[in-house]
Design a binder for this molecule. Structure first.
Ligand code: IMP
Length: 180
């Protein structure tokens, strides 16, 4: 069945071409800002994997990759408010230029927790690159240096984002309607 025929998917929120263009822009901006340095991209599993792999290739300064997994939504579409590290980083962050790569910032709870946790590990610098931010998020409080798109506060899937593990391979971001 083609994606277009899936009754659980609503409108396209961010299309394939838009994603490609914006990821290239973010990569250029990061390359400019970190000229002469090596950046360590920290991907937050699993939602950020598609984004981080495209972003890494859009960056022209040397890139290192590491991953961590934190608990967030489970299979429901509502935040639990509980953040737990399920898989920690392999890398020592001391003196590294770290950019946390997030798929989506909704309540900001996950990111808030991560930033506090990672800043305590002594990185040379710490920034965030989020592909999507839902409107109403406190930008200044979270210090989001790089943001792909601001989207309405509705549930979306695709380009790494899932609902109960489904739709991660959808090549664009779509509104999830749910239903059986
Ligand atoms: P926050 O802690 O409320 O900001 O939620 C962040 C995490 O929840 C993200 O990294 C996603 O894993 C998940 N999430 C939030 N909104 C969505 C959505 O619309 N679709 C899929 N996952 C989402």
């Amino acid at each position: 069945m083609s994606w277009e025929m899936d009754p659980q998917l609503g409108r396209v929120v961010v299309g394939e071409e838009e994603l490609k263009k914006r990821v290239t822009e973010l990569g250029s901006k990061i390359s400019e800002d970190y000229a002469g340095k090596t950046v360590l991209l920290v991907g937050v599993l699993k939602g950020a994997i598609i984004f981080i792999s495209d972003l890494a290739r859009a960056i022209s300064v040397p890139v290192e990759l590491d991953f961590m997994a934190v608990s967030s939504y489970g299979s429901a579409t509502q935040t639990s408010g509980v953040v737990r590290i399920i898989k920690d980083l392999d890398a020592d962050l001391t003196d590294k230029h770290v950019i946390v790569v997030e798929d989506i910032v909704d309540s900001g709870l996950t990111l808030n927790y991560l930033m506090r946790n990672l800043s305590a590990r002594g990185p040379a610098s710490l920034a965030v690159c989020a592909l999507l931010v839902k409107t109403g998020i406190q930008y200044t409080q979270l210090n989001l240096a790089y943001v792909g798109f601001e989207i309405p506060p509705e549930f979306v899937v695709g380009y790494g984002l899932d609902v109960a593990e489904a739709y991660r391979n959808l090549p664009y971001i779509a509104n999830y309607l749910g239903g059986e």
